[in-house]
Design a protein around this ligand. Structure first.
Ligand code: DOR
Ligand code: ZN
Length: 347
């Protein structure tokens, strides 16, 4: 006799921060996301970046063309802001549905951010237009100054950039992406309803010891880099606490294994294959599985003023073995939690 498997059925979730890349890599990684998530905010940091409505439309079409038959998935496109972004063109792209949001990469902060914004003062007219339009600004919240310690970049960004920017544009809708610190949690909680944050699986599960566990661990390296345990705890409390200001955004960022396992390894954790399973594990550990649905499927659409998804997904309490590697086109990718067995699996 076997006990009946415990099941958890939730409204179909969305991923509010995702890197799909392009070409064969995109075709290889897309099904992992589409099997779980109905929609995703697709990051524009391609080479060259997605900076115009036409480029976003073309990228969306390439994604839809790569979607396997029978899978139902809607990519939500973003505009990569540069010092040269033209407010009128951005607003047009938003109004015609080419863009759902715009992404602020401080120049040099992360992968393919070289064309990013060099000084927030350069996009004041863009921010004013976005505030007027009600268009969401997704923010990679790290300063890049060489004199700021890499572990302090997020906290300094709050003081140097976010607080002054929101003072100047108090109605601007901001998603503070992939938050990693108690500072960010406190900031978001204290801010108005127009400020929210996404949270990744890795920032819920890892502290910075993971980077050095028995040796240098490139597959635990992403940006913003994972932080001290006290910060991980604060981020966990935020995700699992029920506040509508926090929602799911994986920041799944595939890089070929050889590009990660290198003398200068790329930043990014490929967590798409078992994303929902990892979040479920965290919510169960915190004893609040009943709050997973709101975090994964309700808070995000509410913030973005989009309808909730109609379908459902079911997780069952059963071992899910994460493979050591998966294939995407010609490339080998190492997924987050490779080699581990998770306690939940998608039915
Ligand atoms: O770790 C990261 N990888 N952080 C980012 O902000 C970008 C991403 C990527 O595109 O690889
Ligand atoms: Zn990202």
């Amino acid at each position: 006799m076997t006990a009946e498997t415990m099941r958890l059925t939730i409204r179909r979730p969305d991923d509010w921060h995702l890197h799909l890349r392009d070409g064969a890599m995109m075709a290889g990684v897309l099904p992992y996301t589409a099997r779980q998530f109905a929609r995703a905010i697709v990051m524009p940091n391609l080479a060259p970046p997605v900076t115009t409505p036409d480029a976003a439309d073309a990228y969306r079409q390439r994604i839809l063309d790569a979607l396997p038959e029978g899978m139902d998935f809607t990519p939500l496109m973003t505009c990569y802001l540069t010092d040269e972004t033209v407010p009128g063109q951005l607003a047009d792209g938003f109004q015609r549905g080419s863009f759902v949001a715009a992404k602020l990469y401080p120049a040099g902060a992360t992968t393919n951010s070289a064309h990013g914004v060099t000084d927030i003062a350069n996009i004041r007219a863009v921010l004013a237009e976005m505030e007027k339009q009600g268009m969401v600004l997704c923010v990679h919240g790290e300063v890049t100054r060489a004199d700021v310690d890499v572990f302090d970049r997020e906290a300094v960004f709050i003081e140097d950039v976010l607080i002054p920017t929101l003072a100047d544009f108090p109605g601007l809708k901001v998603v503070f992406e992939h938050i990693t610190t108690k500072d960010a949690v406190d900031f978001v909680l204290a801010a108005g309803d127009n400020v929210a944050a996404t949270i990744t699986p890795q920032h819920l599960m890892l502290n910075r010891n993971a980077l050095f566990e028995g040796g240098l661990r490139p597959h635990a390296y992403c940006l913003p880099v994972v932080k001290r345990e006290e910060h991980r705890r604060a981020v966990r409390r935020a995700a699992t606490g029920g506040s509508p200001k926090f929602f799911l955004g994986t920041d799944s960022a595939p890089h070929a294994r050889h590009a990660k396992e290198s003398s200068c390894g790329c930043a990014g954790i490929f967590n798409a294959p078992f994303a929902l399973e990892t979040y479920a594990t965290v919510f169960e550990e915190e004893g609040v599985l009943d709050r997973l649905e709101a975090f994964a499927s309700v808070h995000g659409p509410a913030f973005y003023d989009l309808p909730l998804n109609e379908g459902t997904v079911t997780l069952e309490k059963a071992p899910a073995m994460v493979p050591d590697a998966v294939q995407a086109g010609e490339e080998t990718l190492v997924p987050f939690c490779a080699g581990m067995t998770l306690g939940w699996r998608l039915a």
